[in-house]
Design a protein around this ligand. Structure first.
Ligand SMILES: *[C@@H]1O[C@H](CO)[C@@H](O)[C@H](O)[C@H]1NC(C)=O
Ligand SMILES: *[C@@H]1O[C@H](CO)[C@@H](O)[C@H](O)[C@H]1NC(C)=O
Ligand SMILES: *[C@@H]1O[C@H](CO)[C@@H](O)[C@H](O)[C@H]1NC(C)=O
Ligand SMILES: *[C@@H]1O[C@H](CO)[C@@H](O)[C@H](O)[C@H]1NC(C)=O
Ligand SMILES: *[C@@H]1O[C@H](CO)[C@@H](O)[C@H](O)[C@H]1NC(C)=O
Length: 522
């Protein structure tokens, strides 16, 4: 069964070629002003000489400038990262230059960055893998439109799929990937089969950490001064930071930048993303309602009252008010504190099986959070929705959540007329889940100023998108590949043998990753 092929194009920048500014000097006007001059011939000729040399200098400057611009354009290299997310597939096209052996890129420039997203995600083709080819083809066409034809062959394209695909059976994942590979192989881009893969959640976390610390300029510095990342995605949640505690090896990754080695705690909590957790709650409520003998005995604390629930509905296929046939088995009874408790139950599931010193979420080890953190994705979206200030946003989240969960659905609809029901419905659960995750589970104090919500970082506002981090790591590797034939051999091998970040950045391979030499030109 194929779902509707709704498409959304974001940031579809219309033209990658920078407008060439041609500067015309205006000889006509100069001549006429000279003609009016009443100076003596000698003075006149001196002025003429001065103006003449100025004109020549200007002309030379513009010729050089134009040449430089052209040259810059000509020397751009390109790389494409396709992010196979759970809700859609996004192609990122990066253009970058090499200056004295180092890659220089500009995530904000029209010329060097563009992206496009198509919905639904690859994972929705589980029953019809062949159907995935349509959106991959369209994304490849978009990328081809951004890269000069002569450069396709040397520009690599890779597809990295995340949580949505991770949830599918391996054989199904592989079938969908194979369809995508077929398209990518014949795309004209540089592509190897292993460049289309389902990446692990901790790879995703590491990439996000890389782009954040790159943006903040903290890469190459003291590991304990780096900034951690907590990402609340749809299907999974990632926690990634440098811990000073002992971290069991299964949660520990090492990245080396120049002479600094970062041991990073990174874990992806699969099924504990916002949508997955909400669905889990729906399921358990529906089970309860199905088994209850008395009518109206089960209440949903995460849905504002007045919203009519259906017994069959899940987080995804919510039946609209009026269409429901089972209104009395499950009732919407929004209550923030009860919803927060329900969220906490989901986050603590399996805690009794914790084999470590301590487990903050489920039976998984998480060291005590230390240092600064950026809270991204749904942490950011929900904070923005409620219009929270960056200071004290967690305490503000409680106030906003109490008000939203406790409000009447019809009033909320009037307050937020542009929202679709299923989007608006999310925010009660989201506010409770965020407080329960960060404060109740991970122990972040409500007034902790070190945890900020964000969608971008650094003075230049670099988007905190893991795909940018993947590009940074891959490009750095590829760049040092070409600088020295010996290194090329080493890096090429490592790259081929292992696809995950930790193996790629093994100490002995650190020459492949001179990330600290990277510069962002903005
Ligand atoms: C790394 O190198 C930089 C200069 O290249 C130096 O200032 C710094 O102290 C070095 N760090 C360590 C841990 O050796
Ligand atoms: C409700 O019934 C279903 C099967 O009909 C069962 O799987 C589920 O565990 C029951 N839930 C409760 C809470 O009893
Ligand atoms: C709900 O599910 C039952 C079977 O579980 C089905 O018979 C019924 O038609 C469904 N109702 C709706 C509104 O989809
Ligand atoms: C929400 O539930 C709590 C108990 O869990 C209760 O004390 C509180 O009064 C409820 N709030 C509202 C507005 O009903
Ligand atoms: C890194 O790779 C080298 C050689 O490939 C190997 O001997 C070494 O054990 C690896 N180190 C780590 C930390 O994996």
């Amino acid at each position: 069964m194929q779902r509707s092929h709704a498409r959304s194009r974001l940031k579809n920048k219309s033209d990658m070629d920078p407008p060439l500014h041609v500067h015309h000097t205006q000889p006509g006007r100069q001549r006429s002003s000279l003609a009016k001059s009443k100076c003596k011939p000698t003075k006149k000729s001196i002025i003429l000489v001065i103006i003449g040399s100025l004109a020549i200098a200007l002309a030379l400057f513009f010729v050089c400038y134009t040449f430089f611009l052209r040259n810059r354009k000509v020397s751009l290299r390109y790389s494409v990262v396709i992010d196979g997310g759970s809700s859609g597939t996004r192609a990122h096209v990066f253009g970058y230059r090499i200056e004295s052996g180092n890659p220089v890129f500009d995530f904000r420039g029209d010329e060097s960055y563009a992206s496009m997203k198509l919905s639904p995600g690859l994972s929705s083709y589980a029953d019809n893998p062949e159907g995935a080819s349509v959106s991959v083809k369209e994304l490849v066409e978009f990328a081809k439109g951004r890269v000069p034809e002569g450069k396709l062959k040397e520009s690599d394209i890779r597809l990295m799929a995340t949580a949505g695909m991770r949830l599918l059976e391996l054989s199904v994942q592989e079938r969908i990937l194979e369809v995508a590979r077929r398209v990518l192989r014949s795309s004209g881009f540089k592509f190897q089969d292993e460049s289309a893969s389902v990446i692990s959640g901790s790879d995703e976390g590491i990439y996000a950490w890389v782009v954040a610390n790159h943006a903040l300029g903290s890469l190459g510095g003291d590991p304990l001064q780096t900034t951690g990342i907590v990402e609340l995605g749809g299907a999974s949640t990632q926690v990634t930071f440098v811990s000073s505690e002992h971290v069991p090896s299964e949660f520990s990754r090492t990245i080396t930048y120049g002479n600094v080695s970062y041991r990073i705690y990174s874990h992806s909590f699969l099924n504990l993303g916002q949508d997955a957790a909400h669905e889990k709650l729906w399921e358990s409520l529906n089970n309860l309602a199905a088994n209850s003998t008395e009518k109206g005995i089960v209440t949903d604390p995460c849905t504002p009252k007045g919203y009519i629930l259906d017994k069959n509905s899940t987080g995804e296929g919510i039946v609209l008010p009026g269409e429901s046939k089972f209104t009395d088995s499950l009732q919407a009874a929004g209550n923030f504190s009860k919803c927060r408790s329900a969220a906490f139950t989901i986050l603590q599931e399996g805690k009794e099986k914790c084999p470590y010193k301590h487990c903050s979420i489920g039976s998984t080890f998480t060291p005590n959070l230390r240092g600064s953190f950026l809270a991204t994705e749904n942490f950011f979206h929900t904070s923005k929705f409620f219009g929270l200030r960056e200071k004290d946003w967690l305490s503000e989240m409680i106030i906003a959540g109490e008000s939203f969960c406790g409000d009447d659905w019809s009033r909320l609809k009037v307050k937020h007329p542009t929202f679709k029901d299923e989007s608006l419905l999310r925010y009660c659960f989201s506010s409770a889940y965020i407080v329960s995750m960060l404060h109740d589970s991970l122990g972040v104090a409500l007034d902790d100023q070190r945890v900020e919500f964000a969608s971008e970082a650094g003075e230049k506002g670099i988007p905190l998108d893991w795909a940018l981090g993947a590009f940074i790591l891959n490009t750095a590797t590829a760049t040092s590949d070409s600088s020295d034939p010996h290194e090329k051999h080493i890096c090429g091998q490592i790259h081929k043998k292992h696809s995950s970040v930790d193996q790629m950045v093994n100490q002995s391979a650190n020459r492949c990753l001179q990330i600290n030499n990277l510069d962002v030109l903005l």
